[in-house]
Every structure is written in C-alpha cells, then in structure tokens.
Design a protein around this ligand. Sequence first.
Ligand code: FES
Length: 110
Amino acid sequence: MPTSGYTYVCKFDVLEEGVPRRFEAEGVSFSLVLTEKQVFAIYDVCSHSAVSLSEGEADGCTLECWLHGSRFDLRTGHPLDPPATRPVPVYPVQIEDGCVYAQIVRRSVR
Ligand code: FES
C-alpha cells in the first residue's frame, strides 16, 4: 500500500516514455510524465497563460509548454525559460505493484 495521503492515479503500464498524460484527482488537473526512468506529476496548467501542459513535450526532466515554449523542471516545477516566470506545483509520486499514486495537494496558484 502507498503511504497515506497518496491517491491512486493509474496503472504504470498505461504511461509511455516521454509522453505526458493528463489526469484529474482531488479536483486538481495534473500531468504524469514517465521520463528518465521516473514518473513525475506536475500541475497541468502553464503558469504563463493557462494552457494544458500535458499537450507539451517532455525532454529529460523537463516539460515544454506547447504555446510559447517555456520549459518547466519536472522535479521542482520551476520555469527554465521565458516567458513563464512562476513555477507550477509538482506532486510526489509512488509506484507500487504496477500502480501509480500521487500526493495531490490543492495549492493556491498565483
Ligand atoms: S502559455 Fe505556456 S509559455 Fe505561454
């Protein structure tokens, strides 16, 4: 069993390396990204202009917004390039028995 506070998201084998996938849990939209042999969970809305980050491209530990090209660090949520200047939330992930769980905490997004 995952640690308390983690929510079941999906089976691990539905994730494709480098292909972000959008999910919703606890009233929060987020993307799961399998890359670099890890699964990352990141809030699905770009901090620059509120488009879906799951439609962007993953490269290493970054996810690039499809609209203006800001890349976000999947480990921290911080933008690495303009025009985005504010981070997006990231969430801890656990994988147990072929299932992916994330600790989705609703946070205020400025
Ligand atoms: S909407 Fe994402 S960088 Fe502009």
